[in-house]
Design a protein around this ligand. Structure first.
Ligand SMILES: Cc1cc2nc3c(=O)[nH]c(=O)nc-3n(C[C@H](O)[C@H](O)[C@H](O)COP(=O)(O)O)c2cc1C
Length: 371
């Protein structure tokens, strides 16, 4: 079946495919710009932007200092503008992914709006205050949830306090890459799997309005997209497959790690953010288990729940430094996130060809072994 467009607020996306925001430095201007150019919604990650433009920020031992520089306003604004340029100019539609848990959440929302972001997608917590920071009517506000209950809490609060509802909601299941919104044990329970969450979230959405529900986590091909559209979703958000593209902003080392990963290498890890995160077993994971990971220094003060490195010390690693190292291509000390399907990526392809596969079903060859 031909895939229908996806309407989010006042924006019409040609194909119902959102490229999920991926930090640190996995989805910046090149990936997001190219996805929007090819008819999907490209989403820039707003975390750790000081790593992208170190000349704009103050560093200590190569790390951006404090929230002001790790989530750098100047770097983020440059990334958003460059993404728009790649996508076709000022009128191109670009989303920004912002974690509710970061220090300076409100400031980063304002930075994004000022730079011309159109769609603000927020995960890692219930974004109860988002409308306060993004009241402009042209903006589309999109929370990411892991349950119908979370959507209910958001709608109730936004309606009462701001007389606003989400312009769309992303429902993310536990096969997704990066941080999960539910405890470790729940990630294995049938009721939390995406195919069971989507109908629940749609039921909840129906009580509030008709904004689109977007499914995320473990979606691989056109058949999967059609499955979720048939369940009543209006679109999908995909992360992992976009890591396996030439245009992805991650380091070559990151792409090699995912290409070489085996199915059993992709696991749920403990994270200083509080909830588990899905990533790839590398030397770092073994070092963490043996208490040999690089020392936690908390130069960047990146997320609130970590409490200036206290949680990092408990789980044995600093999330900002380790994701920063993955971006810098440091294989030994980097932390490499992936969805549970990451092992299926066998070679890099262009975004254009991946989008063609997802939309038209013409294979891109991403899952064929390297010659
Ligand atoms: C490397 C990587 C980094 C990610 N970082 C973020 C992030 O910073 N914020 C966020 O909301 N989601 C993040 N995600 C989740 C994706 O945006 C997306 O929703 C998810 O990966 C979808 O599942 P899939 O990877 O199976 O397609 C990340 C995923 C990956 C693979």
């Amino acid at each position: 079946m031909p895939l229908p467009p996806l309407r989010i607020g006042r924006y019409e996306i040609k194909y119902p495919i959102i490229q999920g925001g991926m930090g640190v430095g996995v989805s910046w201007e090149n990936l997001a710009g190219n996805v929007s150019k090819e008819g999907g919604l490209g989403v820039v990650s707003s975390v750790g932007t000081g790593y992208r433009h170190p000349n704009y920020v103050k560093l200590k031992d190569g790390r951006p200092i404090g929230s002001k520089y790790i989530h750098s306003k100047e770097a983020l604004q440059r990334i958003i503008r460059d993404a728009k340029e790649i996508a076709g100019g000022e009128n191109a539609v670009i989303g920004v992914n912002i974690l509710y848990a970061i220090t300076d959440f409100g400031r980063v929302v304002r930075d994004s709006v000022e730079a011309g972001a159109n769609i603000i997608i927020v995960g890692a917590g219930l974004p109860l205050t988002l409308p306060k920071y993004a009241p402009e009517e042209h903006l589309a506000l999109v929370p990411i949830v892991s349950s119908a209950r979370a959507l209910r809490v958001i709608c109730k609060h936004w309606k009462k306090k701001y007389n606003r509802l989400p312009d769309a909601v992303v429902v993310e299941g536990p096969k997704s890459g990066g941080h999960q919104g539910i405890p470790y044990e729940d990630c294995f329970k049938p009721e939390f799997q995406l195919e069971n969450l989507v109908p629940e979230v749609i039921k909840e959405r129906d009580k509030w309005g008709d904004f689109p529900v977007i499914a995320a986590g473990g979606i691989w091909d056109k058949k999967d997209i059609e499955f979720y559209l048939n369940l009543g979703a209006a679109g999908v958000q995909m992360g992992t497959r976009f890591v396996g593209t030439y245009e992805c902003d991650a380091s070559d080392e990151f792409k090699k790690v995912i290409i070489n990963a085996k199915k059993e290498d992709i696991i749920l890890l403990k994270s200083p953010v509080g909830y588990p995160a899905r990533g790839i077993v590398t030397q770092l994971i073994k070092d963490i288990e043996e208490g040999k990971a690089p020392e936690v220094k908390c130069v960047s003060n990146c997320v609130v729940p970590c409490n200036h490195g206290e949680e990092a010390k408990k789980v044995g690693f600093c999330i900002a430094d380790r994701l920063g190292d993955a971006y810098l291509g440091r294989r030994e000390t980097g932390l490499f996130f992936s969805g549970s399907n990451g092992y299926r990526i066998k070679r890099l392809v262009h975004v254009k060809d991946l989008m063609r596969e997802l939309v038209e079903g013409i294979p891109s060859g991403q899952d064929l072994p390297q010659e």
